[in-house]
Design a protein around this ligand. Structure first.
Ligand SMILES: [Zn+2]
Length: 86
């Protein structure tokens, strides 16, 4: 169903959230995208659960400092999780 109002235009799709999740968690997104993603988490159980499980995995891996993980590691992890069926 098409919608042309401004609120709809600002919305972000699940696929975009999942694609940007690694950047989001590494604080590598601009303020606008960050707030759109955070709004999406509040509206979307699937993405919120995904975000939650990634945070748990990161904690299990033993570091809250994602930056210290080997380059590419966290990104591959997010990508793998993002393609898992929810
Ligand atoms: Zn979503």
């Amino acid at each position: 169903m098409p919608s042309a109002n401004q609120g709809e235009r600002m919305k972000i799709r699940c696929s975009e959230v999942r694609r940007e999740l690694a950047n989001y968690m590494e604080d590598d997104v601009d303020a606008e995208l960050r707030s759109r993603i955070e709004r999406h988490f509040r509206e979307c159980d699937g993405c919120n659960a995904l975000y939650d499980s990634i945070r748990k995995v990161i904690r299990l891996v033993g570091s809250e400092e994602i930056i210290e993980l080997p380059a590419g590691f966290s990104r591959r992890l997010y990508e793998r999780l993002a393609t898992m069926p929810s």
